[in-house]
Ligand binder design. Structure first.
Ligand SMILES: [Fe+2]
Length: 502
């Protein structure tokens, strides 16, 4: 086995009280099809309570299957709750790097019994071409219990970067202006996952991941893809279904995720629920696969806010997932209840130029599906789930918001707080921060914090008493060693659904 056979690192994810997914992929040539022979290869794995593997508690052998790009997903069980573990793989005589993981706390007896704490990083949007990932080194240095990633793990675009070593791989089919085939998606994941900072963040903690649009194609909705900038037409749904099947398979192959892949199918259920003792439940959503089309296709998704308000038949989650979320909130027994999803939940209306008549919005966000959002937030309120918090990404800028059922009635009570993380590296393309703040003061009074000019992540710590969020910002995106500092801290106290500056 070649020395670089673990060239895309190791990872763990979807922690349970007694188990966790361990992941790796054998790929000595990660951007050139992987570089493995076209046969299955046995991979040994070990999980231990100590970093030097004197106390191995579980071990086994699993085939890295050629049909799945020689990826390995081990669903380890029989572990102790709320414990740190260390894991590694071996292919032939080559040992992988060692990863640290952690199981969830034991199931609790109800919110009154909440104890302990959970620290995690909230991350999204890591356009490789736009800069370096000091944010991931900072996440690794935090030693969190968990990393929660809400999408845009890769970008599907063509090579175009001012950094010579950050140019995207080229699609192998001549003439394509983005990823479309399984081979192309795999190479792109190979490129991203070869990055040492991303590998360090995966080695540091288990991840809970969900996808947004760029894991397949910008702003897709269900089986409706993006029309090209130059007036190109949508693909027919059958062609886009093939692309989505390839993209979803490559996602599965590269993520430490507990999911049932059906190769060749454009469907893959990844929405799921993970619980950490009596303290916190994560409802992890998928708002791409089952969503109805945007009310009106538009450049960058921008259109009239009224179109979103009138989208009564629209849904971002699909009827089944909407029911699943509500049932989970109704049944929850934890002190905190997180809804981790993709695009910003809070209403964001704007006017260009300021003071002009028509209200504009981003129809690709929840704003394009306002009756759906009202159903979801009414359900959050009516479920009486304790301390709901919405986590989001997608916008490449950081926000803290009050969420209300009717954003146009600011006198009504908030039902939940929302934290939107800025991007790990993707560009914030909108107008200046001052313009956004002035616009928010006029039109979006539920916004408590906004910053658009910095990349980074949100560091969150949950205890029975509070949910504390630190907005972490990268000083210099063009340096792998950039400092990462805290720009602001907001705290949600138990029983009060708004965030206050600490
Ligand atoms: Fe993004």
């Amino acid at each position: 086995m070649a020395d670089g056979v673990f060239g895309v690192g190791v990872a763990s994810g979807d922690p349970l009280p007694d188990g966790v997914i361990l992941w790796t992929r054998l790929a000595p040539k990660p951007t050139e099809g992987g570089g493995m022979p076209a046969r299955d290869v046995p991979v040994d794995w070990q999980i231990a309570t100590d970093e030097s593997f004197r106390s191995v508690v579980r071990a086994g052998t699993q085939n890295a299957q050629a049909a799945y790009a020689h990826s390995v997903h081990v669903d380890v069980r029989g572990l102790d709750p709320g414990h740190d573990y260390f894991y590694r793989f071996r292919a032939g005589t080559v040992l992988s790097p060692v990863g640290r993981t952690r199981t969830a706390a034991a199931p609790g007896s109800g919110p009154q019994a909440a104890s302990g704490q959970l620290s995690f990083a909230l991350a999204s949007c890591q356009d490789f071409q736009n800069g370096y990932w000091a944010a991931f080194d900072a996440i690794a240095a935090d030693h969190p219990d968990l990393v929660v990633h809400v999408g845009d793990y890769i970008y599907e675009y063509d090579p175009d970067s001012r950094f010579p070593d950050r140019r995207h791989t080229t699609p192998r089919t001549p003439g394509l202006d983005q990823l479309q085939t399984l081979a192309d998606y795999r190479d792109r994941y190979g490129q991203y996952k070869a990055d040492p900072a991303l590998q360090a963040a995966h080695r540091a903690a288990p991840w809970i991941v969900t996808w947004d649009d760029h894991e397949v194609e910008n702003n897709y909705a269900g089986l409706v893809d993006e029309a090209g900038d130059t007036g190109a037409r949508h693909q027919d749904p059958a062609a886009f279904a093939r692309q989505r099947a390839a993209a979803y398979q490559a996602y599965y192959e590269h993520m430490p995720i507990r999911a049932q892949l059906n190769p060749g199918s454009p469907d893959l259920r990844i929405y799921r629920r993970l619980t950490f003792g009596s303290l916190v439940t994560f409802n992890v959503m998928d708002t791409r696969q089952y969503r109805t089309p945007v009310p009106e296709p538009a450049p960058q998704g921008i259109g009239a806010a009224a179109l979103g308000a009138d989208n009564t038949a629209g849904t971002m989650a699909g009827a089944e997932q909407e029911r699943w979320l509500r049932a989970g909130l109704d049944a929850s027994r934890t002190r905190w209840n997180i809804i981790a999803q993709q695009t910003m939940m809070a209403q964001l209306d704007g006017q260009l130029p300021a003071g002009s008549g028509q209200l504009l919005t981003n129809l690709d966000q929840n704003d394009g599906y306002r009756p759906y959002r009202r159903r979801l937030l009414s359900g959050v309120r009516d479920s009486h789930a304790s301390n709901p918090i919405v986590l989001s990404g997608d916008l490449h800028c950081a926000w803290v918001n009050d969420l209300r059922v009717d954003f146009d009635r600011p006198e009504t009570p908030a039902v939940a707080a929302e934290f939107v993380c800025t991007s790990i590296s993707s560009a914030f393309f909108l107008v200046s921060d001052d313009f956004v703040r002035a616009n928010n003061d006029r039109l979006n009074p539920h916004v408590r914090y906004f910053r658009g000019d910095r990349r980074g992540y949100t560091r969150i710590r949950i205890t029975p008493q509070e949910c504390r969020a630190e907005m972490r910002t990268v000083t210099d995106l063009s340096s792998r060693d950039s400092p990462v500092t805290t720009d602001a801290i907001y705290v949600v106290e138990d029983g009060i659904p708004t965030a206050q500056p600490a």
